[in-house]
Design a protein around this ligand. Structure first.
Ligand code: OGA
Ligand code: MN
Length: 264
């Protein structure tokens, strides 16, 4: 059993090296393989190489995109790769203590507000929100860490942090954040609950990506993911990831944005 597990992890660690050897072997013996299966194998190898590269070298952050992103079959590979580069989720970005620390600071204020459900034309249903400039020292450090990871150094960021409290029955309808008020990057911490964010291509509505936002994760949505796709948080009626129901409870998000370019 133990030997089996060790072999498995040895195989996993070296899978690309092994594929490379197989590829070389096939290449040397290409006359004995029919050309279709050879081309297929070449494409597969190229794809897995690019995706691994995208996965491992994005901003120097290691993420495993297929654990949190699910693509509709209509999406072509170049688009898929673009999205992998521009929509990142870092799971367990916050420790339980850090989550509690942020929650404790915003909760007394939030608790005084009512959830808004009534406005049918609002982008968000069942929410209360605030923007916050001053944070206690501990939370300031957490937010500094978020900013360092999400934005290129020296980029101008909005100093107000947006805190959005979504009720269990709440959801966010598809929208693109205003280009007048927000630059190319939006980053958000998810507190208290898992949820599913859906990206839908504005021009090709069949191109859909579901993104699993686990509790305590940080997402970084930038460039094409931020401009070319709408984003939404699914209501519990539709909250599925890869056919698994994801029960959204009350969810707090703590969102930082950068400034739009001055020319607009
Ligand atoms: C928004 C938004 C997403 C989130 O407030 O514009 O899309 O993570 N929020 O709460
Ligand atoms: Mn938004």
């Amino acid at each position: 059993m133990l030997l089996g597990l060790n072999m498995m992890s040895l195989f996993k660690r070296n899978r690309f090296r092994i594929m490379y050897y197989v590829y070389n072997y096939c290449y040397c013996h290409r006359r004995i393989f029919n050309s279709d299966s050879f081309t297929y194998f070449q494409t597969f190898l190229k794809m897995s190489h690019t995706f691994t590269k995208a996965t491992l070298t994005n901003n120097g952050i290691k993420t495993n995109w297929d654990s949190y992103m699910s693509f509709s079959e209509t999406i072509d590979n170049p688009t898929k790769e673009q999205v992998i580069q521009n929509m990142l989720v870092i799971e367990n970005f916050l420790s339980e203590e850090e989550e509690l620390s942020l929650f404790k600071e915003v909760e007394p204020y939030m608790d005084k507000l009512h959830y808004e459900f009534d406005h049918w034309d609002d982008a968000i249903h069942g929410f209360r929100e605030t923007e916050r400039l001053m944070w206690n020292e501990n939370n300031m450090k957490i937010l500094q860490k978020v900013r360092e990871v999400a934005f290129p150094s020296g980029s101008s960021q909005l100093s107000l942090v947006h805190v959005l409290d979504l009720a269990e029955k709440g959801f966010i309808k598809p929208h693109v954040d205003s280009v007048r008020f927000c630059g190319n990057t939006i980053t958000g911490l998810s507190l208290l609950s898992d949820s599913v964010m859906r990206l839908v291509h504005e021009k090709k509505k069949e191109n859909i990506i579901d993104v699993l936002l686990r509790r305590r994760s940080l997402y970084i949505m930038k460039n094409c993911a931020r401009y070319d796709f709408t984003h939404e948080i699914l209501s519990n009626e539709n909250s599925k990831f890869n056919n698994y129901f994801v029960h959204k409870q009350r969810r707090l998000s703590v969102i930082c944005r950068n400034e739009p370019p001055k020319i607009l």
